[in-house]
Design a binder for this molecule. Structure first.
Ligand code: APR
Length: 317
């Protein structure tokens, strides 16, 4: 049986970490593609030289030509500009949509059977464009945002409660913008509702709500918080880990239930737009969209996030 092949389009900050994580987890052979000559070759050589120390048996190759991605099982796209301080993800749309169009054309021609995970921002619009240009079926084109946003939310909850991150489950739905929707009611620590634990900790429902509201706000602005500190780019470790979690679910047919930016066709009352919702991810990519009950408040927040996604996507037309 031959090894799986993963192509990473964009060899910048996220692309480099993606390549290293693929190697460390032995997910398959890696092609790191970038338009800058030498960059992907240098990064893959550097990572490959750590193989004897880290004990991984995969081949990593840098490429400037799309022919090299032929036969890829999974492709992760990070090509595009990252944010600078003061910029919103939406400010990247003009430049990144040109880049995404050329990337999607390259994939369509050279890796027509691949599953695609987009990371480039503004995510909801970039993944829509990628699916339109490739014409691939919806189960094979998805975006990574919810796994990252949910990880950030879960980390803040774990730090606040002084518990292991391993025991926290917290999900964020909706678009990958400032109006994303962290689901407070479903957030739990090994099955115990987070709100109940906060009320116990503070002895007051009002204070518990205040603390939760602050965590929700921090989650929505978490990408910007990192940009503000780095000043020269955006987050790259946690986005890479989150996309690798999705790629692994597909490559190893894990049937993970993860929030994925998936094309909705009637689910959650949305038709024809990519939005973050819980999905089952396995060997067939997005195998199922899981519909959970939203109460009135959650539904209103979700609708407002979706209307922002629609505005952004419609501006591409
Ligand atoms: N094809 C392939 N790669 C490209 C192209 C293209 N047409 N245009 C630019 N690139 C490459 C750049 O050369 C650069 O190496 O994309 C890479 C982007 O890397 P970084 O600038 O380091 O950005 P990164 O932090 O990795 O983020 C990439 O993901 O989270 C989003 O907002 C972020 O849109 C940004 C993307």
């Amino acid at each position: 049986m031959s090894r799986k092949k993963i192509a990473l389009i964009g060899g910048g900050q996220i692309g480099g970490v993606l390549a290293q994580l693929c190697a460390l987890r032995e997910l398959g052979d890696v092609v790191l593609f970038d338009v800058v000559e030498g960059l992907p070759q240098g990064k893959t050589l550097d990572i490959s030289e750590a193989a004897p120390v880290d004990n991984f048996d995969v081949c990593l190759k840098g490429a400037n030509s799309y022919e090299e991605i032929a036969g890829s099982n999974v492709i992760i796209i990070t090509a595009g500009l990252p944010r600078k301080p003061g910029m919103s993800r939406d400010d990247l749309i003009a430049t990144n949509s040109k880049i995404m169009t050329s990337v999607a054309e390259g994939i369509k021609k050279h890796a027509p059977d691949a599953f695609i995970i987009c990371i480039s921002n503004p995510l909801d619009a970039m993944v829509t464009l990628c699916q339109k240009v490739t014409g691939f079926p919806k189960n094979r084109v998805m975006g990574m945002a919810g796994v990252l946003d949910s990880a950030r939310f879960a980390a803040f909850i774990a730090w606040e409660l002084g518990v292991s991150v391993k025991d926290v489950t917290a999900m964020v739905m909706g678009g990958h913008g400032d109006d994303m929707v962290p689901l407070i009611r479903y957030a739990n620590v090994f099955g115990i509702p987070v709100m109940a634990l906060l009320e116990k900790k503070y002895g007051s429902a009002t204070k518990a709500k205040e603390v939760m509201d602050a965590m929700v706000k921090r989650t929505a602005g978490a990408g910007g918080e990192v940009v503000g500190l780095l000043k020269t780019g955006s987050a790259f470790y946690s986005p890479a880990s989150s996309a690798i979690c999705m790629a692994e679910a597909i490559l190893r047919d894990q049937k993970r239930v993860l929030p994925v930016c998936a094309l909705l066709e009637g689910e959650y009352g949305v038709d024809g737009y990519y939005v973050g919702v819980p999905c089952i991810l396995g060997a067939n990519g997005v195998e199922k969209i899981v519909e959970i009950d939203l109460d009135e408040t959650e539904q209103a927040l979700f609708n407002s996030s979706v209307s922002h996604v629609k505005e952004l996507v419609d501006s591409l037309k």
